[in-house]
Design a protein around this ligand. Sequence first.
Ligand SMILES: *Cc1c(COP(=O)(O)O)cnc(C)c1O
Length: 395
Amino acid sequence: MERYASAADLVAALKPERPVLCARPHAAARAARWFVDNFDGDVAYAYKANSSVFLIGALYGAGIRHFDVASLPEIEDAATIPGVTLHFMHPVKSREAINRAYFKHGVRSFSLDTEDELQKIVDETSGPSGPARDLALFVRITVPAINSRIPLERKFGTSGQKAARLLVKARQVAAELGITFHVGSQTMTPDAYVNALAEVQRLIGMAGVVVDRLDVGGGFPSIYPGMQPAPLARFLAAIREGVDKLPVRENVRLMAEPGRALVAEAESVVVRVEARRGNDLFINDGGYGVLFDAAHLGWIYPARLLNREPRAGEAPVSYELWGPTCDSIDHMKGPFVLPACVKEGDYLEIGNVGAYGRAIAGDFNGYGKYEEAILDDEPMMTMYGEAGPAKALIG
Ligand SMILES: *Cc1c(COP(=O)(O)O)cnc(C)c1O
């Protein structure tokens, strides 16, 4: 893997024909160290956010030893990392996946939100001498999404009497009983966690069970143009306060599952402008590639021109971007703010695409093939800098 001091250096050296995925492993390591140092429990990286070996290596080097995985292929991948604990936190799993996770890959930790799923887990982890006695079972509860840019509460989770009944049932077969939730991705303010923990408290009271584990899930935000979240320290402080109110606070083992917050800053994509039409730029990656969220959720990423200095005194322009496929939904409305002089053949860095960028990219229409490189400079925007959330450096 080639290393460069910056994306501008990479472009000067390579003039790449294809888009280049640029990893900044040091940024993933910095984020992971922050979580490991400041969160009072296990930090399980949500594997689906980005499974680049460079980033996983950096997270591991920074002390991450737990992974939240959601499928057998993710488990098979993550199980090759020495000395890690995997948590199979998808509430709907195939029987084969449960069986192989437990017997072949040593997974002991599972989430569930129905009695049917509990029965599947019991069936598939039982051996000749009876039911497994070493399961950590996390009941996934529904919590309101507050200030989340990607709410997740409609798909998974149980609540009320049903949740209480499931907790009682799971208690009977679990070596360790846990509760888990997800407040929704890119949650901008800590009150979502305060609310969720109040719901946990209510359910523990209703069910009258001892809870050994509490997983506060993911949802921790990153910084993007136009999205300046509350500082991460405030999220962890809110969680600490909420946990202190729980009857089980003395003995409960905490876990968090950050995905986005650990890797968002750690990847950029370098793209080439293949055409300019007015203030629309046609580039060689898009909504079927790393920029899925830009096309489908209207996400805005920081962007800068790499191969030239803009003319002095030139006002920046708001551009829309179009991806390379023939599909008209391959359109990123932005705005992406760049110098007025951008023209065909120019190279752009689109930053902070590390979360769910590479992970989602496909190769529709023959695109989606990337060169890869490592960069040593700072991410375009960061939550972890000396001065707190920094501003984008716009070319
Ligand atoms: C996706 C996911 C995460 C990570 O969410 P982020 O918003 O990226 O932090 C954590 N836990 C579960 C169960 C998930 O599905």
